[in-house]
Design a protein around this ligand. Structure first.
Ligand code: PGA
Length: 257
């Protein structure tokens, strides 16, 4: 069995209808159709329907950047997992560090969302990672373990089967300071071993992707690491050629498990 490489574009709060049209056009002009890597685009909610139409004839999948954990109800401004599925999403990013810091999402809320996403049939991409102070204090593994434990506690031992984990050191996001492939590999390996303690099979097939200043220039070196199965890309995912180059960097990577 193989872990297919997964490259996820997190457009954050960027885009515009005409730009979205152009982006997909350029992507399909590029080598996208020939690639074995699974590419996923996560636009702001308002562009989901447009992208769903545009991606219909491609092998690129659709994802969202967040969701609410309830199925429906009086939650002004929120969107449920079922609505995302209904809009064509297969994936949803949960617990991104910007959600955790700017919108005060905590470990428990992320865990509740993961369960709701899985129940609805979405594949959650759970973001974890330490900040600069925590890394400097040697707390990286402790922080990541706490974030994983919160999910395991709420969603059970098999929480990560059918999920994706994105290791995104906060100090690397949007800063240009990518973790070295060795730094990232060491945390990815720790995460896989930790998940294996609870669910061996899930750990073997679990895609663990890296995020934090991934660009065309460092994609291949990251992809060469045995436990780095793809990338969650912010800034560079806004430029079609860069996003394609990152996908190509991961394309050769197919890990046998
Ligand atoms: P970046 O963002 O690639 O711009 O560092 C990554 C992310 O926030 O997921």
């Amino acid at each position: 069995m193989k872990r297919q490489a997964l490259v996820v574009a997190n457009w954050k709060m960027h885009g515009q209808r005409s730009w979205v049209d152009r982006f997909v056009h350029e992507l399909s002009q590029g080598l996208m159709p020939a690639l074995a890597v699974q590419a996923v685009l996560c636009p702001p909610y308002v562009y989901l329907a447009q992208l769903h139409r545009l991606l219909a004839e491609t092998n690129v999948l659709l994802g969202a950047q967040n969701m609410h954990s309830a199925q429906q109800g009086a939650f002004t401004g929120e969107v449920s997992a079922a609505m995302l599925l209904d809009s064509g999403c297969r994936y949803v990013i949960l617990g991104h560090s910007e959600r955790r810091t700017l919108f005060r999402e905590d470990d428990r809320e992320v865990a509740v969302k993961l369960e709701a996403a899985k129940q609805a049939g979405l594949i959650p991409i759970v973001c974890i990672g330490e900040n600069a102070e925590e890394r400097a204090a040697g707390l990286t593994e402790q922080v990541v373990k706490r974030q994983l434990d919160a999910v395991l506690l709420h969603a059970g031992q098999d929480a990560f089967s059918g999920s994706v984990i994105a290791y995104e050191p906060v100090w690397a996001i949007g800063t240009g300071n990518t973790a070295t492939p060795e730094q990232a590999q060491s945390v990815h390996e720790f995460v896989r071993r930790y998940v294996a303690r609870h669910d061996r099979f899930a750990a073997d097939v679990l895609p663990i992707i890296y995020g934090g200043s991934v660009k065309a220039a460092n994609a291949q070196a990251l992809a060469a690491q045995p436990d780095i199965d793809g990338a969650l890309v912010g800034g560079a995912s806004l430029v079609p050629e860069d996003f394609l180059a990152i996908c190509q960097g991961f394309d050769a990577m197919q890990v046998s498990v």
